[in-house]
Ligand binder design. Structure first.
Ligand code: XUL
Length: 525
């Protein structure tokens, strides 16, 4: 049987079809920047004078949905054969509607969807996960809840700028009338599911845990946090549901435009990271995953929620049951791309610089690569610092710069993910940058772990297709994983034991430099 997974991420929307009988996979992606230039969002978000503010136009995602389904059809995929759909969205981003999708009635197939969604928006833009402008709101919510410990105990995370609760609070303070006129608030995941079904789709536990609103133990919105966040918020959110919930069928709009069968079931959408946990076949505790995308994330399944005493790590729902720990770094691809651009390095040069022209430890050259505000460690403004040899500091050593950005990212990942538990012996990698052998080499050496890429590139979209397959067909996860989440053993990278002492030496140095940087950073509350 065939299943469709969608992934609405920061820079693109991907649709991926699997065939559980033949093992076939086909996917298409619409990159927002080049395909939808009218939205003036080359990297998926709108320009803003304040570097802490990062919003996107939700209508761009609506148009992209039409485009990507059109692309699948053009590629010869018969969407009539799809037996179930699920998917994922970038986490934390929120969409505000003046009328609920249920109230809006069925989509008309005569008008483009974007023209039907435009009048429903009560807020023109959607704050996304890169937004860091809600420091004051985090402090207010924390105070009302009774402190950081209380926040962590209820939601699995301290109040965090990018999380949806603080974002909702900021909107309710900045524009009380528009907030008051909001009938329904969606995450990106539940918004795309709602478009697809033409019904108000609920938020699932996986993505809902990234809002600072979900009581993890109860699996329901916390009344205390709803009150602490914004007036009347309970009415604007449907109850959260388990990730495997059926949320509707594909709307007639998509049936008539793209040839889906009527009654094609849609399973709740989730966050891109929980979805990747499935797409990587890592829903059982014991395997760590590193996703190298616009943001870099490191995550792993957990049976019981283990929280980060320093407040950087988060706990989300595991779509297969239980929980997952996650650490997020906003300077992922964006930082690597800045270095590649500055030194005119193609990705091949970038890999060669690491593999052939530099060595572990980078001869003492080190970089703090915070080109955009960072989540882990928490830095509200960009901060880029160069340390080491004069030519490196003067920006005249491209090879060392390539290694420096990747070493700093990997070491920082090791420092900030330590709370997850035992150091991983094996790390599965996914995301665009996981194709780069240089980056995999550094990860293997810094973590002293075997690095294993998977064959399928987009694990979040794959996770959507697998979740649909599991819910509809009931095949066990491990059968689906064997078929679709097979490791690419030819590209496996094993650690160089000799680099172990080098990195043990550098780790505290980087830690000190981060500490110094944080000491120069104003506290957020
Ligand atoms: C996770 C996070 C990011 C986004 C990226 O907490 O903020 O990984 O999900 O899409």
């Amino acid at each position: 049987m065939r299943f469709l997974g969608l992934d609405s991420s920061t820079q693109s929307l991907t649709a991926l079809v699997i065939d559980t009988d033949t093992g076939e996979v086909i996917d298409r992606s619409v990159a927002f920047g080049p395909r939808l230039p009218g939205y003036k969002s080359p990297n998926g978000f709108l320009a803003s004078e304040d570097p802490r503010i990062k919003h996107s136009d939700p209508l761009m995602w609506v148009e992209a949905l039409d485009l990507v389904l059109g692309d699948l059809r053009a590629a010869g995929v018969d969407l009539r054969a799809i037996r179930g759909v699920s998917g994922a969205g970038q986490q934390h981003g929120s969409v505000y509607l003046g009328r609920t999708i249920d109230e809006a009635g069925a989509w008309s197939s005569r008008e483009p969807l974007v023209d039907q969604v435009r009048p429903l928006l009560s807020r023109k833009t959607a704050p996304i996960w890169m937004d860091a402008s809600t420091g004051a709101e985090c402090a207010e919510i924390t105070r009302a809840a009774g402190g950081d410990d209380k926040m962590v105990a209820i939601t699995g995370s301290v109040a965090i700028e990018r999380f949806t609760g603080p974002q909702i609070r900021k909107f309710s303070k900045d524009d009380p009338a528009a907030y008051e006129g909001t009938a329904e608030i969606h995450l990106v995941s539940s918004f795309i599911a709602s478009l697809l079904t033409g019904q108000s789709a609920p938020i699932d536990f996986g993505d809902g845990a990234g809002m600072n609103l979900l009581d993890l133990a109860a699996g329901a919105w916390s009344p205390q946090l709803l009150d602490a966040t914004a007036p009347g918020l309970k009415r604007k959110l449907k109850p959260a549901v388990p990730s495997a919930s059926y949320v509707g069928t594909v709307a007639d709009y998509f049936v008539s435009r793209y040839g889906f069968s009527p009654e094609t079931p849609v399973i709740a959408f989730t966050g891109d990271n929980p979805s990747s946990l499935v797409g990587m076949g890592a829903t059982e505790p014991g395997t760590a995953v590193v996703s190298l995308g616009t943001s870099d994330t490191m995550f792993a399944a957990m049976t019981a929620p283990r929280t980060d005493p320093k407040g950087y790590g988060n706990v989300f729902g595991n779509p297969a049951g239980g929980f997952m720990a996650l650490c997020c770094f906003s300077n992922g691809s964006l930082a690597r791309e800045e270095i590649a651009k500055k030194f005119s390095l193609g990705w091949e040069d970038f890999a060669a610089a690491i593999l052939e022209r530099t060595k572990p430890g980078n001869d003492g050259n080190m970089l703090l690569p915070y080109f955009v505000p960072e989540i882990s460690p928490r830095l509200p403004a960009p901060a880029v610092r160069w340390f080491g040899a004069p030519d490196f500091v003067a920006g005249k050593n491209p090879a060392a710069a390539a290694r420096a950005v990747v070493e700093a990212q990997a070491l920082s990942m090791r420092i900030h993910s330590a709370f997850i538990g035992e150091p991983p012996r094996r790390i599965l990698v996914t995301g665009g940058a996981s194709k780069n052998a240089g980056i995999l080499r550094v990860l293997a050496d810094v973590f002293q772990a075997e690095i294993v890429p998977l064959r399928v590139g987009n694990s979040s979209a794959l996770g959507g297709a697998l979740r649909a397959a599991q819910a509809v067909e009931g095949r066990p996860w491990n059968v689906l994983y064997t078929r679709f989440a097979a490791p690419d053993l030819d590209r496996r990278v094993t650690p160089d034991q000799g680099s172990k002492v080098t990195y043990e030496g550098i780790l505290p140095q980087l830690q000190d430099k981060i500490k110094d940087l944080l000491a120069q950073t104003p506290p957020r509350r």
